[in-house]
Design a binder for this molecule. Structure first.
Ligand code: SF4
Length: 417
């Protein structure tokens, strides 16, 4: 599904040692003068069917009880709230600027459950008046019919996992929807929501440049305010890793990306992040907060958090397996990992996010969000500039076109020695 949080395997054997709240407040090597905006990510981990390319923490619905029965929506929501309540002392007094309900396929949850989820969060955390609330949805007919009800439940932005409008490619991707359903779902999303996103993939098995152009033309004709576009990658531990499909060679994929950027630009969508294109005023606040190294509290199976304190930045991971997560969260110990980010790792972690943005980052933001002085990245910035990967002035650093094309190389300059 869309952007979002990397879900990495976590040790599942035992909960992380519960750290006393005092730990987070203790003096440390970092000096953060202010805390960044806080976002909330909620992971709903079930899908109708596992796609062969997917390495997200998603589980087939029929596996829930082995007999294809209903999702344990109520129990999972109870677990999410127990998880949130245990985490509240870490974000005390802070308001939430965005919520992203991701998965998995969150639209499998009923609108009543989503309504309860948003209400339960609201009862425990102050939400900013303009809080963006995104829900990921698949374009199946069954889900499309719920879009208006999700809006009524408080969702402000829908992210539709279209991937392609070509039936042959949808089949190759193992998707359960077809072109007709994708078109109908996007039309419904446009009616129900003021802003929405389409997830599109390219460099698909057997895809030609012309087919990619057709996909983009179809997507753009629907006038989406936002599109996220990803190169199909073959991830370890997926069906495609075991049985790799024939995907277009790199040169063809580069040509496709050039066309995507050209076509979206002509349609009035700016590439504001390496994979995200938006009309003015429709950039995703939630994802931008990740890229600006903002804070996020992740609730749900396998979800990650990144939280800042005056003298440390902390990363946490919840139990990945949904059953294990529910059992442990309900017992008040949802965390499988809870660690301070090492001071030496902060520059790379920051750049992994900030350099994805077309506008790059303000040096002052680097200082505020990592608690490090600018001198910590001076050498790497010099090197990046010498290689033509960034431009900079006294206040800001921006990736160049070349920096965007060689983003991994640019980010690697900031790795700890
Ligand atoms: S629908 Fe999305 S999250 Fe679910 S298996 Fe497919 S790609 Fe993964």
């Amino acid at each position: 599904m869309a952007v979002s949080i990397p879900i990495v395997p976590a040790a599942e054997a035992a909960p992380a040692q519960v750290r006393d709240i005092q730990h987070y407040m203790r003096p440390g090597v970092l000096q953060l003068t202010s805390l960044p905006p806080l976002a909330l990510y909620v992971h709903l981990p079930w899908c109708l069917k596992k796609c062969p390319y997917c390495d997200f923490n998603s589980h087939e619905w029929r596996e829930v009880d082995g007999a294809g029965n209903a999702l344990p929506e109520a129990r999972y929501l109870d677990a999410l709230m127990a998880d949130l309540e245990a985490a509240l002392p870490l974000v005390w007094g802070r308001s939430v600027h965005s919520i992203f309900i991701g998965g998995g396929t969150p639209s499998l949850f009923s609108p009543q459950s989503i309504d309860r989820l948003i209400g339960d969060i609201r009862a425990r955390l102050p939400l900013a008046a303009d809080c963006e609330i995104t829900l990921e949805a698949n374009p199946g007919t069954f889900e499309k019919n719920r879009f208006h009800a999700f809006r009524a439940a408080g969702v402000t932005r829908l992210s539709v996992g279209v991937q392609s409008f070509n039936d042959r490619h949808l089949k190759a991707l193992g998707r359960v929807h077809d072109r007709a359903q994708a078109l109908a779902a996007v039309q419904e999303a446009a009616q129900a929501f003021d802003t929405f996103n389409l997830d599109i993939m390219y460099a698909l098995p057997g895809q030609t440049l012309q087919e990619l152009e057709q996909d983009m033309a179809t997507a753009l004709a629907l006038a989406p305010p936002h599109i996220s576009i990803y190169h199909l990658t073959i991830e370890p531990n997926t069906y495609f890793a075991k049985f790799p499909p024939a995907i277009p060679p790199d040169d063809d994929a580069y040509a496709m990306l050039d066309r995507i950027t050209e076509m979206t630009g002509q349609a009035g969508l700016a590439r504001y992040e390496i994979s995200a294109y938006a009309r003015p005023g429709h950039a995703c606040f939630h994802n931008t907060n990740y890229w600006q190294f903002g804070d996020y509290l992740g609730l749900g199976a396998g979800a990650h958090s990144k939280l800042s304190f005056a003298h440390r930045v902390v990363r946490q991971t919840r139990f990945r397996d949904p059953r294990l997560y529910m059992d442990n969260a309900l017992a008040g110990r949802a965390l499988a990992q809870d660690e301070d980010v090492r001071r030496a790792d902060l520059p790379f972690e920051y750049m992994l996010n900030a350099l994805r943005l077309r506008e790059g980052f303000a040096l002052q933001d680097f200082v505020e969000r990592t608690g490090l002085p600018v001198t910590a990245i001076a050498k790497a910035l010099d090197e990046a500039e010498r290689k033509g990967l960034i431009t900079r002035d006294m206040a800001r650093v921006r990736p160049t076109e070349r920096g965007f094309d060689f983003l991994n190389d640019l980010q690697a300059l900031f790795l700890a020695d």
